[in-house]
Write a protein that binds this ligand. Structure first.
Ligand code: PMP
Length: 417
């Protein structure tokens, strides 16, 4: 039997990528970062790759809560919330998260990716779905969704899944957003941004975005995956950081980053959240979060709220890494724990990762489709788990290997200009 055309095309693309060194293997490890990681080769290296900003999953209280829930409920709910998978623990987590994020209501999804899909597609389509299924009143005009061009893939997936008209605005450019919105007076509009951009580490210009949305009657949604637990005096995220609590009506958080767990959350007003529970596919048509994840996140959240010192350690580490990079002539965007170093090509980024690994540090290369080929980068993430010696060691190794990477010196020079 001959190979079907679809597979023949796919396999040809595979072979081309492999031939050009563009299919690097996913590295396997035997342990998770503490920040030490034991690789399958048996070598132990220090990881600067993890989004686990506070290391809360290593805390005894969190592990004990997960173990107890696992013992009581086993490791799976085997059903969606509506069809029997609605453990009381999930509602407990929702109400603690809503209180922490200072939003009226929350719903939990199985991953952060699903939370974005549920939120974006849900707010855009739930009204129309209610009309279709039950004949409820709904406006005739199609809604509009406008998102930052660097928004996470899951936001784009939610927008594509919806029936809304889709537009992008230039990265973090509130004036461009205002121009876009001017053409849609009177329409139902959702504007989406990330609070902290996951690949660039920069903060959204929330004060201006809030103003523009208010002026145009648009709803602003912030995916605060990387802001929650990290930014704001209370750690509740970027709205709090900018003094905008109560001004961002729809938010998403992941449980997989500062909380050190798994899952996602959508936070908004009660009626919006109730509509998402009924009509949103990222929530309704998938199994609910396992009990041990909910219990672990509740424990992690309580630590996060009662021990602000963990965040102080994180921020001290961020400052140490960023000022050390500045001494090397590098000035990555943003001011937080996501620290991108641009490499220009996928090959240069892969070479950097390889050379650093040889010296005992794991700094992951980010390549397409996460970013465009010409903006390939090393994405360092620093956490409260790192110590000063590890950060200084990383900086020394970066300094040692940089002359070996042709693109690097040029990029470093550009960043100092
Ligand atoms: N939003 C952003 C900005 C992210 O960076 C990510 C994950 N990297 C997600 C959503 C999805 O989160 P999760 O990994 O919990 O599915």
């Amino acid at each position: 039997m001959s190979t079907p055309t679809l597979f023949a095309d796919l396999h040809a693309a595979h072979d081309w990528l492999a031939g050009h060194g563009l299919l690097p293997p996913e590295r396997r490890s035997e342990t998770l970062p503490t920040p030490h990681v034991r690789l399958l080769s048996g070598r132990t290296v220090v990881s600067f790759c993890s989004n686990n900003y506070l290391g809360l999953n290593h805390r005894a209280e969190v592990k004990a809560a997960a173990a107890q829930a696992l013992h009581e409920h086993t490791h799976a709910t085997s059903e969606s919330r509506r069809l029997g998978g609605n453990l009381g623990l999930l509602e407990e987590l929702e109400s603690e998260l809503a209180e922490f994020k200072k939003q009226p209501s929350a719903l939990i999804t199985a991953t952060g990716l699903l939370a974005n899909i549920a939120a974006v597609h849900g707010v855009l389509d739930a009204g129309e779905l209610a009309r279709r299924w039950y004949g409820s009143p709904a406006p005739d005009a199609r809604p509009v969704v406008v998102y930052d061009e660097l928004c996470h893939r899951s936001i784009q997936m939610g927008a594509r899944q919806s029936s809304a008209e889709r537009l992008r605005f230039r990265h973090n450019d509130a004036e461009h957003l205002a121009d876009r919105l001017a053409a849609y007076k009177g329409r139902a509009i959702l504007v989406v941004t990330e609070g902290v951009f996951s690949m660039d580490g920069d903060l959204a210009d929330l004060p201006r975005l809030v103003e523009v949305c208010d002026a145009h009657g648009a709803v602003l949604m912030v995916d605060d995956a990387h802001g929650t637990g990290v930014y704001g005096a209370d750690g509740s995220g970027t709205a709090s950081h900018f003094g905008l609590v109560g001004r961002v009506p729809l938010q998403v958080a992941t449980l997989s980053k500062a909380f050190g767990g798994m899952g996602g959350a959508v936070l908004g007003d009660e009626r919006t959240i109730a509509m998402l529970r009924t009509f949103s596919s990222g929530y309704r048509f998938t199994s609910s979060l396992p009990a041990e994840q909910a219990a672990a996140t509740i424990a992690a959240l309580r630590i996060l709220r009662s021990e602000p010192g963990i965040r102080d350690t994180l921020w001290a580490n961020v400052r140490r890494l960023r000022s050390g990079l500045a001494r090397l002539g590098l000035h990555p965007p943003g001011d937080g724990p996501i620290v991108p170093i641009h490499m220009g090509t996928p090959q240069a980024a892969a070479m950097f990762e390889e050379l650093m690994l040889d010296t005992g540090y794991w700094c992951v290369a980010v390549t397409p489709p996460a970013v465009s080929p010409e903006t390939c980068r090393i994405r360092l993430t620093v956490s409260a788990m790192h110590d000063q010696e590890q950060i200084d060691g990383l900086l020394e190794r970066i300094n040692d290997i940089s002359p070996k990477i042709p693109a690097f010196a040029e990029i470093a020079n550009k960043q100092t200009e």
